[in-house]
Write a protein that binds this ligand. Structure first.
Ligand code: FAD
Length: 383
């Protein structure tokens, strides 16, 4: 069973996973229990994952969930969100990296790269030998993504290649990546995407950005000065279309954090006594837990609806925004209540809930803040 804890209930789409996916997720769960959760504080303190993390993730199949025919695992979106959720139980920063790797970077190469590009990179991406990042955000182009200023000038004597100039900011795994999918401007009105190999003189990391949560994740700002990028012929809308699946992954990361926070809080509340009663016997504590479990269940349903639509090859734009909006705000409520129930101890580094609370914040900002999700949903219903 993927979910034995009765608090969290039976996974609602467990029955819809293939035996191979099921086996894969059980391995992920074991990996999280044995190797991720015990290290999460160390990774945060080191502000880094261990160097061998990528080969480990690769050998488990976690880097090829979007790559058909790699290691025999062709993951449905349902299995992908499950993997993100399970990873977040152990380390939310790792869940975020795996979510973005699969949904944004690898998917881009699978669906929009040329055969030559796919042949060159995909095998090595699946094993973690080529490490990935996805770069849209710039200092002056965040929520307003179409404002990207990084320019791409095609090189006449090298068809398919362009010189990239500009800077990118807040790029997950940017400092470790061998290959970055860079969104750049090809004309005044058009944006497209390029594959940038980072071992070239035109590429320069200018800042390691430290964040309050997901601290182990290598978030950077970088500059490109005539850096050579290999064009993946696509329109901007195609390049950002992967954010649908990406947002479902971030929502699932939120779900995993919320599950962990609730589980830890139930355990704590059933031990801690005040006024000669366990906290868990107090009505107002039960009310907070009840609200958290309802939040959890509602988030779960929205995420699984989105994943189901994705697997049916239907448009997930609105469903993914709804899932991310609700799950990210829900996990912030849940982790806040988790700290409240832990009292003063909840604010100390001794208890994991404070870390989950900090890690949860990313879900309301990364891959489009809540206000942008509301904008997308609002536009769809006003069409
Ligand atoms: C840890 C981390 C990892 C990230 N990883 C990546 C990555 O790998 N690749 C990548 O490309 N980007 C990445 N990002 C960037 C992320 O996607 C952006 O931070 C996010 O889209 C918001 O952009 P911004 O930070 O520039 O905020 P801004 O766009 O400046 O917005 C600030 C705030 O203004 C409000 N706001 C903005 N626009 C509107 C609007 N139209 N209506 C109402 N309110 C609005 C919102 O409250 C918003 O939170 C990452 C960010 C973080 C923190």
């Amino acid at each position: 069973m993927l979910q034995k804890d009765i608090l969290l209930g039976r996974n609602i789409h467990e029955d819809h996973l293939s035996p191979l996916e099921f086996e894969f997720l059980e391995k992920v769960q074991l990996f999280v229990k044995d190797e991720v959760l015990p290290s999460t504080r160390d990774w945060e303190n080191a502000k880094s994952f261990p160097d061998n993390i990528w080969t480990k993730l690769g050998s488990l199949g976690l880097l090829s969930m979007s790559i058909p025919d790699k290691k025999g695992i062709v993951c449905s979106c349902k299995a992908y969100v499950e993997a993100c959720r399970i990873l977040a139980h152990g380390d939310p920063a790792l869940a975020m990296n795996v979510a973005a790797w699969n949904a944004l970077s690898a998917s881009h190469i699978v669906h929009l790269a040329t055969q030559e590009q796919r042949d060159k990179y995909l095998d090595k991406i699946a094993t973690g030998d080529v490490k990935l990042a996805w770069a849209l955000t710039e200092p002056d182009a965040g929520s307003d993504a179409r404002r990207v200023r990084t320019s791409a000038s095609f090189i006449q004597e090298k068809p398919g290649y362009a010189k990239l100039n500009g800077q990118k900011m807040f790029i997950t795994n940017g400092g470790k990546a061998d290959l970055i999918v860079v969104i750049a401007r090809i004309s005044e009105t058009e944006l497209s995407a390029f594959l940038l190999e980072t071992d070239q003189p035109g590429f320069k990391i200018t800042e390691r950005i430290h964040t309050i949560g997901v601290q182990a994740s290598n978030t950077v700002r970088f500059e490109m000065h005539d850096a050579v990028g290999w064009h993946t012929p696509c329109k901007f809308e195609e390049a950002i279309s992967f954010l649908g699946k990406g947002r479902l992954g971030i929502a699932a990361m939120g779900l995993g954090i919320a599950e962990k926070a609730i589980q830890l809080t139930v355990e704590y509340a059933s031990q801690r006594e005040q006024f000669n009663r366990k906290l868990s016997d107090m009505q107002s504590v039960q009310n907070m837990l009840a609200d958290s479990v309802v939040d959890l269940e509602a988030a779960r349903l929205l995420i699984y609806k989105g994943a189901h639509l994705y697997d049916k090859k239907q448009d997930v734009n609105m469903a993914a925004s709804m899932a991310k909006l609700f799950a990210s705000e829900a996990v912030n409520r849940c982790t806040n209540r988790a700290i409240q129930i832990h009292g003063g101890r909840g604010m100390t580094f001794e208890y994991l809930v404070e870390k989950l609370w900090r890690d949860a914040k990313l879900t309301e900002i990364g891959e489009g803040c809540s206000e942008i999700q509301r904008l997308i949903i609002g536009k769809q219903i006003s069409k």
